[in-house]
Design a protein around this ligand. Sequence first.
Ligand code: DAH
Length: 339
Amino acid sequence: MLDQINQLITEISGFNATTPEEVEQFRIRHLSKKGTIAALFENFKNVPNEQKKEIGKALNGLKTAALNKVNELKEQLCSTETDKTGIDLTMPGDPVNLGSRHPLSIVKNEILNIFSRLGFTISEGPEIEDDWHVFSALNFPEEHPARDMQDTFFIERHPDILLRTHTSSVQVRDMESHTPPIRLVTPGRVFRNEAISARAHCIFHQIEALYIDENVSFADLKQTLTYFAKELFGADTQIRLRPSYFPFTEPSAEMDVSCSLCHGKGCNVCKGTGWLEILGCGMVDPNVLELNGIDKNKYTGFALGMGIERITMLKYGIKDIRLFFDNDIRFLEQFTTAI
Ligand code: DAH
């Protein structure tokens, strides 16, 4: 039996193949259930006990040699295949990197989702606007210093055409095209003639909300703001309203939220105050309702507006607004979301 084994080992080690079919035939001849090696294992039970150790070892060696030969030939034929076509069909494909959402889109979607849960629907307007929609219909009087609140990019040859400085212009378009009840959120890009720095940019994004109906009160505004702040920054968030001025709202306020980093104790993000300024808001000025053809004796409303960059910077601890516009993949790939 030992002779038989040695003979097969020599035969196997000398074997060569040029096609996969030959390898398969070789495998069937030696390694299948009815092959030479299985037959030897079958005979093994007749081997006298004192020879079992030696023959068993040789038999295992034979089986390993046959398996190795099959693998070796398969590999060899595979790479000859590569040589012919110049393509290695066994190579894994290039991984496709999945993109991630821009942080501004993540926060914008979060804010829009919160308002949609309150029944607000999304509305959008043009970025290139006219004076009426950005200023006049919002109660900014001609030549009034309030217009200087926002450094406007005008089109040189046509002073009536400008890049919108705030999404409040979409309020005007909404009032033109809808009758109350109006409940809309308007996300969009806005433009201001500002020097670019870590804190300011000439392009940024805002979200505006407008609600007009019978009997809308300041209490409705406050409740909406409270819900919004808790949804966006966490259930333990407090809000604070400070009196302010906007030409299109009366009364007007600015809303602060308790600093989500130090929980109101004071840190360098909230500059030790415990509060972060988030948005402007107020009751729609009756003049604005009148200018836009809505009966000011029947309807009241509230409006609010916020900068998406500012909120995103606070939420993620981003210190430089310019990072949003650089499109540096090392910055962008840090933001992942299920939205
Ligand atoms: N439009 C204002 C700005 O860009 C923000 C704002 C304040 C919008 C109060 C509003 C509002 O709707 O009621 O600074």
